[in-house]
Structures are given as structure tokens and as C-alpha cells.
Ligand binder design. Structure first.
Ligand code: PMP
Length: 444
């Protein structure tokens, strides 16, 4: 039974694997937004593969696409050879890109995880610019790899990546526009503007202490960092600044892509055109797939400069193409925008009733509820101290109420909702009710 499996697994599995410990369920069946545990209990899944499952679990169009590949006896593993399946995926992906990017973009499959694609993006801009440094943001999340390239002996594959052959880019971390806890003590657009001025002063000042970097890496909405949408104007300012200084802008759309934020790609909200876009998670339609899409001028790879065994996952490409088309044809980005806005409004209503809710924010169906210690005094911006233990308790209560949620944020105090874009109005209603009940129950 479920208890036995959980016990055996906990005994064998490293504590480094956090989901297995923090979500005591044994999923055995799943469809759409519903996951069924080995104990027969059913849960509404607002974690959904950490935002991967745009169409929920086992969506018929995804299953059909996978079955078609299997039934055709198409090869499942062919490294990165061209195949009809891959051709179809690339066509489907390019059809979703902002027109200015689709026109002359190149794609490099990486894989299989988002981390791999981030690594490829960093390598690419370093090769293209001959520079090493990176501008990144406080609270950003881009993966957890730790230097396989630096350990590789083959000097040819490390060529052009500077000192250390790719290890340890010097990262200058800049303030992300986290209005609720703005490091400058100024909220809203004014706080974001100060962040841009900070970046500008570093780059414009010859003695600012930052060498011209190889790239800037940014999320349009920080996910793991606590569901923090960057203001559109701020992102446009980063684009202007990087363009002025000849710095490639890499936008990490691993979590925000494929309709999640209410536009097919989150960059569309601001109209910003990145030089490199990193895609993964939902593009594989629930199977592992990752790629970078970038301007043709940046395509400086020499043959073999970026290899990898698992860059051609045929099942993922088939599932991904079906997902991309379904999201596009069914207008699921617009649906995410509309449903997300309604959920945010409801959660803001709840915030007025429950003082432990410090902030509610999000874009589309990427929603965060930041929990605070309401008994402690607020700071100059009106933000009270984070309440990570309460967040843990809410997650546990949510599970008892039949709801799976994710936590995140700088202090682990943000309850994150990343439901499938196919969530119905009734399911959204149930999510809101169960979440409210869980927060009340945990706060007692
Ligand atoms: N970038 C972002 C924005 C992410 O949210 C994540 C994963 N949560 C990653 C990169 C890393 O992706 P993966 O876990 O597939 O390596």
C-alpha cells in the first residue's frame, strides 16, 4: 500500500530529493488536473510538474501523439538527426514565436532539462561575444548544474569560452523588481526604475567595476524566486540598456512559456525581443525537452561545439508539438489570462480577510500567495516578515484538503499555483476554496 511505499522510499531516497519528502503521496493515476494516490485519494494538482503540464496529465492529444510515434515504429533515439517528428516539432514551435523572432531564428536542441538549455545559452553568448561575465538577478532560478564542461578534458570543446573553459562566469547580480520587498525601500514602478538606474550606472560608469558582460539572463516572471512578475516597462528598460551596450539578452522562458502567463511567450506582454530564448518544461508536453531559440547572427557554434546524447527525444517532440498546437488553437493563453485575473481578484479579496496573506501576485496561471507573520511589525514598505513555517503548514493542510501546491520564494514563504491551462471554472473554484480553508486551518 501507499504507506509501505512511502516508508521504503523515504528510507532509501536522499533528503536532497525534496518532493518525495514534502509531498507524502504515491501517485498512481492522473488525468487532467486530477492525481490519484495509491491510497485512493484524489488531489487537484496545482504543481503540475512544476508548471510543465500545460494540458494537465495524460491529455488525449498528447497521448495520441505519443501513440502515433510508437505505432509507426519510428526510431525513439537517433541523437539529433533530422526526423519527420523533429521537423514537425520545430515547425510547430516556430509558429508560436513572436514574428520578429520566427523570421530568422535558429534552434539548438539541448537536453533534456531546462538547466541544459540555460547552459547552452550561456555558452553561446560567451562564444559569440568573446566575453565571460554575466548579468543575472536576485532571486533568479535557472538550474543547478555545476560544471561538467570545466571537467571535460577535450580542449577543443572548451575553446573560445575563456579562462577555465567555461567554469565560473563572473556573475554580477542585479536587483529584480520585487515590489513587495524592494531592496531600495521604494515600492511599485518607482522601485523597479531604481533597479534599472542601478544597472545603468554599473554599465555606463567606466569605473563602475563591471566589465562588459557576455549576456544578461532574466525571467519575465520569477517562478522559484516567488512568482514575481517584472513590470513590462522594466523589461523594456533592460532591453534598451543591453542593446545600447551590445549585451545579448537571454530570456529564460522555461517556466513562463507556452501560455502560462496569459501570452504564448511571456516576452510578448512587453514586446521585448530577446536575443536568446530558453525553452523547456511545457514545450515537451510532459516529457523532457529543452532548446534555445536565438537570432541567426548569434549562431557561432562550430560543428560539435555543443553535443549531448539526449537532444532528440522523439516522444517528447511529438508530445510537445501536439501541446503547442493545442494551446495555440484553443486559445489557452487568453484563457489563462482571463482565469488567472479572476483568481487573483478572488485571492486579493481573501487577503483582506486573512492578515497572514501579505501579498498576492502573478500573471496568467502563474500565481503566488506570500504568507507573512501578521503579529510582527511591517517594514517601511508595509511588508511583514516572511512566514516559511506557516507556508509548510499550508502545503500540508492543502494536501489534506485534496490540493497539491508548490512553495517558493526567497524565504520559502510563497504558495505557488501552476495549474494546467485546461483547468475548468469549477476546478478553479475548488482550488480557491481548498486553499482558503488550508490557510485558515494552518493559521490556527
Ligand atoms: N529556468 C527556470 C525559470 C526554471 O523555473 C527552471 C526549473 N524550475 C529551470 C530553469 C531549470 O529547469 P530544469 O529543472 O528542467 O533543469
Amino acid at each position: 500500500g501507499a504507506e509501505a511505499i512511502l516508508g521504503r522510499q523515504a528510507a532509501r531516497e536522499s533528503a536532497a530529493r525534496t518532493y518525495a519528502r514534502s509531498l507524502p503521496i504515491v501517485p498512481v493515476r492522473a488525468r487532467g488536473m486530477t492525481v490519484e494516490g495509491a491510497d485512493g485519494r484524489r488531489y487537484l494538482d496545482c504543481l503540475a510538474g512544476a508548471g510543465t503540464l500545460a494540458l494537465g496529465h495524460n491529455h488525449p492529444v498528447v497521448l495520441e501523439a505519443i501513440r502515433a510515434v510508437l505505432e509507426a515504429e519510428a526510431p525513439l533515439h537517433v541523437l539529433d538527426l533530422a526526423t519527420p517528428v523533429k521537423d514537425d516539432f520545430t515547425t510547430a514551435l516556430f509558429e508560436t514565436l513572436p514574428p520578429s523572432m520566427a523570421r530568422d531564428a535558429r534552434i539548438q536542441f539541448c537536453g533534456p532539462a531546462g538547466t541544459d538549455a540555460v547552459e547552452a545559452a550561456l555558452k553561446l553568448v560567451r562564444l559569440a561575444t568573446g566575453r565571460n561575465g554575466l548579468l543575472a538577478f536576485t532571486g533568479g532560478y535557472h538550474g543547478q548544474s555545476a560544471g561538467a564542461l570545466a571537467a571535460t578534458g577535450d580542449v577543443a570543446v572548451r575553446a573560445g569560452l575563456g579562462e577555465g573553459g567555461g567554469a565560473g562566469a563572473s556573475v554580477t547580480r542585479l536587483p529584480y523588481p520585487y515590489a513587495y520587498r524592494c531592496p531600495f525601500g521604494v515600492g511599485g514602478a518607482a522601485g523597479a526604475r531604481l533597479g534599472t538606474r542601478w544597472t545603468a550606472s554599473l554599465l555606463d560608469d567606466p569605473k563602475g567595476g563591471v566589465e562588459r558582460p557576455a549576456g544578461m539572463l532574466v525571467e519575465v516572471v520569477q517562478g522559484e524566486g516567488g512568482v514575481i512578475p517584472a513590470p513590462d516597462a522594466w523589461l523594456r528598460e533592460q532591453r534598451e540598456l543591453t542593446a545600447r551596450h551590445g549585451i545579448p539578452l537571454i530570456v529564460d522562458e522555461v517556466q513562463t512559456g507556452v501560455g502560462r502567463t496569459g501570452a504564448f511567450w511571456a516576452v510578448e506582454h512587453s514586446g521585448v525581443e530577446p536575443d536568446v530564448m530558453v525553452v523547456s518544461k511545457a514545450v515537451g508536453g510532459s516529457l523532457p525537452l529543452a532548446a534555445i531559440v536565438y537570432r541567426a547572427e548569434l549562431d557561432v557554434w562550430s560543428p560539435g561545439a555543443h553535443a549531448g546524447t539526449f537532444r532528440g527525444n522523439q516522444l517528447a517532440m511529438a508530445a510537445g508539438a501536439a501541446t503547442l498546437r493545442f494551446v495555440h488553437e484553443q486559445g489557452l493563453a487568453a484563457r489563462a489570462a482571463e482565469l488567472g485575473a479572476r483568481m487573483l481578484a478572488r485571492l486579493r479579496g481573501l487577503q483582506r480577510e486573512l492578515p497572514v496573506i501579505g501579498d498576492v501576485r502573478g500573471r496568467g496561471l502563474m500565481i503566488g500567495v506570500e504568507l507573512v507573520d501578521h503579529q510582527l511589525a511591517p517594514d517601511d514598505l508595509g511588508a511583514r516578515p516572511a512566514a516559511p513555517e506557516l507556508a509548510q503548514a499550508v502545503r500540508a493542510e492543502a494536501l489534506r484538503h485534496g490540493l497539491i501546491v508548490e512553495l517558493g520564494g526567497r524565504h520559502g514563504s510563497v504558495v505557488r499555483l501552476l495549474p494546467p491551462l485546461t483547468m475548468t471554472d469549477e476546478q478553479a473554484e475548488a482550488v480557491l476554496e481548498r486553499l482558503a480553508d488550508s490557510i485558515v486551518a494552518a493559521g490556527r
